[in-house]
Design a protein around this ligand. Structure first.
Ligand SMILES: Cc1ncc(COP(=O)(O)O)c(C=O)c1O
Length: 396
């Protein structure tokens, strides 16, 4: 007989050791406050406020109306795999062919499947702090151990290649890279990427290169994929991308990874058993974006750039120092001089309570002196948030 639905559930170690996404939880709390009538400025979530491009929406409608909404191959539609491979070749200088591509339910899913295909229990994966919090949990979920490598001193979140090399040990299986970076907005230089590639090849590691913010680069910064450097490095690199950020398609849940065909095949097999093919409608919408490169993208990028300048200047005017944000849509100032003994989580909770501005404490990213501000909001809302932040900091 089933017992009452109360009390501590009898969970697997895997489930009980997993921390749910702090960013999504904070964003949900902010949405609840807004639903209760507060005028919340939600800078917690990494979600563009734009609608998906027109071509994506039309393709989604057409897909539904076509009557073709059925299972696709587990690795995704051949036409989408071909489009993704072409975009990587043309925009990032790689040599990927369609058989290298596995369309996944999101970039998050692609990352998680890549790790499941890559690591064994006891392996270590290097995470380059400050680092998107989901990497830690995904590495653990796959049975491996995340090892953080601190950036160079100075608070600018510049990678420390010597520290990365020194962190490689006998159990290291791979390195996760995210450039442009969530949370710091840092864009790795070609020299830094080449040096990282050398570490990967010297030690027969794998590199997971999360390039979801590839097109969101500003101020002359250039996104470079390490998979473009040499056939040897390409063979050890798994590139991850998705529609959420650059096409403002977070709710479509669609992305892909690109890897050497044997690795891609392994990921597709995992996917075939774990979740099956990605959503047909979203695949068609994503394909439309990759084939046509919607005109809306250029204006979204220009809007992000204007917002970036506004937020960087506004935070600077409040006397805060931050790594120069040159990519993605986050600013990551050091707010430690305003902390009480509860650190960044206390400050973010107080800011939400007092001024209804939602942000994410740097602890989530392994950088406890910092706070992450997403600037994927209108300039008007950002100006309002900066005004409230100024009032808040002045009152502390
Ligand atoms: C670095 C990074 N990778 C991946 C993702 C997830 O993207 P998706 O919506 O495709 O799962 C995010 C979203 O916040 C991200 O910041």
């Amino acid at each position: 007989m089933l017992g009452p639905m109360t009390g501590a559930p009898d969970l697997s170690q895997r489930a009980s050791s997993l921390a749910p996404s702090a960013t999504l939880a904070l964003a949900a709390a902010a949405k609840e406050m807004a639903a209760a009538g507060r005028d919340v400025v939600n800078m917690a979530v990494g979600e563009p406020d734009f609608d998906a491009p027109g071509s994506a929406r039309e393709a989604a409608h057409a897909a539904v109306d076509s009557g073709q909404v059925k299972y696709t191959p587990a690795a995704g539609l051949a036409s989408l795999r071909a489009a993704a491979a072409r975009v990587l070749r043309e925009e990032r200088g790689t040599t990927h062919e369609p058989e290298s591509i596995v369309v996944c339910h999101s970039a998050k899913h692609a990352l998680s499947h890549a790790l499941l295909a890559l690591v064994n229990p006891g392996d270590e994966v290097l995470l380059l702090a400050p680092v998107w919090g989901s990497y830690d949990e995904q590495v653990k979920f796959a049975g491996a151990k995340p090892v953080h490598v601190a950036p160079s001193p100075g608070g600018q979140c510049v990678p420390d290649i010597d520290a990365i090399r020194a962190a490689v040990g006998p159990k290291t299986r791979g390195i996760m890279l995210n450039s442009p970076s969530n949370p710091s907005g840092y864009v790795w230089s070609e020299g830094e990427l080449r040096a990282l590639g050398e570490v990967v090849l010297e030690h027969d590691l794998w590199l997971i290169s999360d390039e979801i913010y590839a097109r969101l680069v500003f101020d002359g910064a250039r996104h470079i994929s390490p998979a473009s450097f040499s056939p040897e490095l390409a063979a050890r690199t798994i590139v991850v991308d998705g529609a959420s950020k650059v096409f403002a398609m977070t709710g479509y849940r669609i992305g892909f990874l690109a890897a050497a065909p044997p690795m891609a095949k392994a990921v597709a097999s995992i996917q075939s058993q774990v979740s099956g093919c990605p959503n047909y409608v979203s695949q068609k919408a994503y394909e439309a974006c990759l084939v046509e490169d919607p005109p809306e993208v250029a204006s979204m990028i220009a809007a992000f750039d204007a917002r970036r300048r506004l937020v960087a200047k506004g935070l600077g005017d409040l006397g805060l120092t931050l790594p120069e944000p040159r990519g993605a849509f986050y600013a990551f100032p050091d707010l430690s001089s305003h902390f009480d003994d509860r650190g960044a989580p206390g400050l973010c909770a107080d800011l939400l309570e007092a001024e209804a501005v939602a942000t994410v404490p740097g602890d989530v990213f392994g950088a406890p002196d910092h706070v992450r501000f997403s600037y994927a909001l209108s300039e008007e809302r950002l100006t309002e948030a900066l005004r409230r932040l100024g009032r808040f900091l002045g009152s502390r």
